[in-house]
Each structure stands twice: as structure tokens, then as C-alpha cells.
Design a protein around this ligand. Structure first.
Ligand code: COD
Length: 313
């Protein structure tokens, strides 16, 4: 990944999935490895991102199966223009290609998340950087009256993070939000209450992370909590509870206490709130996309756009 303040971060903040895709288009096609590519939705998304101009798909796995499925789906242009890499061990080969700079990001196809992550985390051949890997999901939020992309982390990887792991989850979230053009991302530390209580461990961790933020450990970002959901996203709720903080009601990204909370919150935004989504795993040598099997091709195109932007940041 380029660690620069290149074009994307200097531009206006991205506030919708339409804009996310347009910004990815400006960056040109990145090489997207589809890991075990004989997957209908992943192939459809790869085709979509190819035609939108921000992906050069590299289809990895059983070449005969991939071609047969893609042709059956009518994706003839994808078959003609994609690169094929035939292998029985797609996850290992994809990680190797990413390490060697032959692909720019990975998208999970027809395999389990943990199978892909084990190849990514392989000590010798994987994509470790020494940092924690964590997933940041975006949804379109309209609670404050205008549309914007809000993050939720980590509902995908880290089951029950300790304080040190949460610190890295916050750092990854800041990077992802900066890649969207947020100059000083506002990171909310989520709990069930705004009061710190020893009997609610997430509130104690939130207080420690807030102190770290105040002492400058997270650089140019506002990190604050504990906050409950209403006070993180609604200024009126924060005001009603007397919380005087510039972040309250305006969170750009919510750091949840554990995977269950993140998973429930993200799926609520999607299924109860009706938003599309996009998500990316940060902390590895390249962005990794681990969409769930039920996410639509549109969601996966959004995730590819996010991965392209994050890879270019
Ligand atoms: N970042 C960096 N390194 C990690 C991480 C991480 N998030 N998680 C584990 N590691 C390293 C450890 O330091 C260790 O060296 C090695 O990987 C193995 O760690 P274990 O034994 O703790 O973990 P595993 O091998 O049992 O599993 C690691 C997974 C990331 C695969 C696991 O945590 C997992 O399956 N997470 C949930 C993924 C998932 O299914 N999500 C979808 C549902 S929401």
C-alpha cells in the first residue's frame, strides 16, 4: 500500500457509495484477485468493477470451473479480459501474488473467511505487517439529516479484543476514514452507557483509549467514549444527556466492544436500515475484502471500490 497523502485524501470527503465508486474510477484499474473465483456473486461483482473501470480482475482457482460458471452467467467480456491463475491452493497463491506485487487487493470468493485469513496470516508466506488486522464496514447514514458514510469496526475478525488490540483497531479505522478524505476522523468508542463503570469493561477501555487520544497517540484524529449508539450519531441525544463534546452526535466511525456487537450493528444498518455496505480489512500488506456470502454484487462492487481507494492511499 502506498503510504502517502496522494490525490484521494486531499480531495473532498466521500459521503455516499456512488461517490465512492466515482472516486475509485479516478484512480484507474487496480489488480483485484478473486480468491477461489467460482462464485456467482464475486464474479458478477468483478465484472461490475471491471466495467466501471476500477478493477483488472485476476481469477484464481479451478480455471475450468471459473470459466464454466462465468460463461453460464453471460460474463463473456470478463472471461475475455480477466487474467486466470489455475491452482488448487488459491488462498496461498493469492497471498503470494500480493506479497510479490502482482495483485493490489484480495476479494474472498468461494471459500471460508478463516481459510483466506489463515493464508494471509501465514508467518512465512502471508501478508503480515506486524499490525493487527481488522475489518472496517461502511454504511450510508442519514440520521443527522444528510447522507454520509459511517464506519463500524470490528464486526468481522477480532472476537473479543483487549485494550492493546482495540488501540490497533482504532488506528486501522483512522487510516480507512482518512483514505475517504476525512482530515481529522472522529472515532467513537462504543458502549452501552456514557458513564464509566468497572462493571462495564467496554466503558473502562473507552476511557483509556480516550486518554490515549488526548495525549496524541492517535495523531490527527478525535477519539472519544464511552458513548451509546444514540449519543454517537444524534446530536439531539447527546445534548439531552448533557454530553459536551464535538464528536458526540457526529461519529465518523464506531469502534464496538466485540465481534458480536459489530456484526449485529452492521447487519442492523444493512437489513433494518436498508443501507448498502462496503468493507475492508486493514493492517495487512494489501487490503483484503471478506464479504459474507449473502452480500449482494452491489455491496461487493462497493467493497472493491473501497479496497481500490484504500490500496492507493
Ligand atoms: N491480526 C493479526 N494477526 C492475527 C489476527 C489478527 N486479527 N488474528 C490472529 N492473528 C495471528 C495470531 O497472532 C497468531 O500468530 C495466528 O494469527 C493464529 O492466531 P489464533 O490461533 O488466535 O487464531 P486462529 O488461527 O484460530 O484464527 C484467526 C482468525 C482471524 C482466522 C480468527 O480469528 C477468525 O476466524 N476470526 C473470525 C473470522 C470470521 O469468520 N469472520 C466472519 C464472521 S463475522
Amino acid at each position: 500500500m502506498l503510504s502517502s497523502t496522494a490525490a484521494v485524501s486531499s480531495k473532498r470527503e466521500i459521503t455516499s457509495f456512488g461517490e465512492l465508486r466515482r472516486r475509485a474510477q479516478l484512480l484507474g484499474a487496480k489488480r483485484v484477485a478473486i480468491v477461489v473465483a467460482d462464485d456467482e456473486v464475486a464474479l458478477t461483482a468483478a465484472d461490475g468493477a471491471l466495467h466501471l473501470g476500477f478493477a483488472a480482475p485476476v481469477l484464481i482457482g479451478d480455471e475450468r470451473k471459473i470459466r464454466t460458471l462465468a460463461e453460464a452467467l453471460g460474463l463473456h467480456d470478463l472471461v475475455a479480459r480477466a487474467e486466470f491463475v489455475g491452482t488448487e491452493d488459491a488462498a496461498t497463491v493469492a497471498a503470494q501474488m500480493a506479497r510479490d506485487g502482482q495483485v493490489d487487493l484480495l476479494l474472498k470468493g468461494h471459500l471460508r473467511t478463516d481459510e483466506l485469513l489463515h493464508a494471509v496470516l501465514d508467518k512465512r508466506a502471508g501478508l503480515r505487517t506486524g499490525r493487527l488486522l481488522s475489518d472496517v464496514l461502511l454504511y450510508e447514514d442519514t440520521l443527522a439529516g444528510e447522507r454520509r458514510l459511517v464506519g463500524i469496526t470490528d464486526g468481522g475478525l477480532n472476537v473479543s479484543p483487549n485494550l492493546e488490540q482495540k488501540k490497533q483497531i482504532v488506528q486501522n479505522a483512522i487510516e480507512v476514514m482518512r483514505s475517504l478524505g476525512g482530515a481529522r476522523p472522529k472515532i467513537a468508542l462504543m458502549s452501552a452507557t456514557e458513564a464509566v463503570s468497572e462493571s462495564v469493561p467496554s466503558s473502562v477501555d473507552a476511557r483509556e483509549l480516550t486518554r490515549m487520544g488526548e495525549s496524541g497517540q492517535f495523531g490527527d484524529a478525535t477519539v472519544f467514549g464511552p458513548l451509546a449508539l444514540d449519543c454517537a450519531l444524534l446530536e439531539s441525544a447527546a445534548r439531552a444527556k448533557g454530553i459536551e463534546h464535538p464528536l458526540a452526535g457526529h461519529a465518523d466511525c464506531m469502534v464496538v466492544p466485540n465481534i458480536e456487537a459489530g456484526n449485529l450493528l452492521a447487519k442492523s444498518a444493512k437489513y433494518l436500515g436498508g443501507s448498502q455496505c462496503a468493507h475492508v480489512v486493514a493492517g495487512a500488506k494489501v487490503p483484503i475484502l471478506i464479504p459474507s456470502r449473502v452480500e449482494s454484487a452491489d455491496d461487493k462492487v462497493n467493497s472493491i471500490a473501497l479496497g481500490v481507494i484504500f490500496a492507493s492511499w
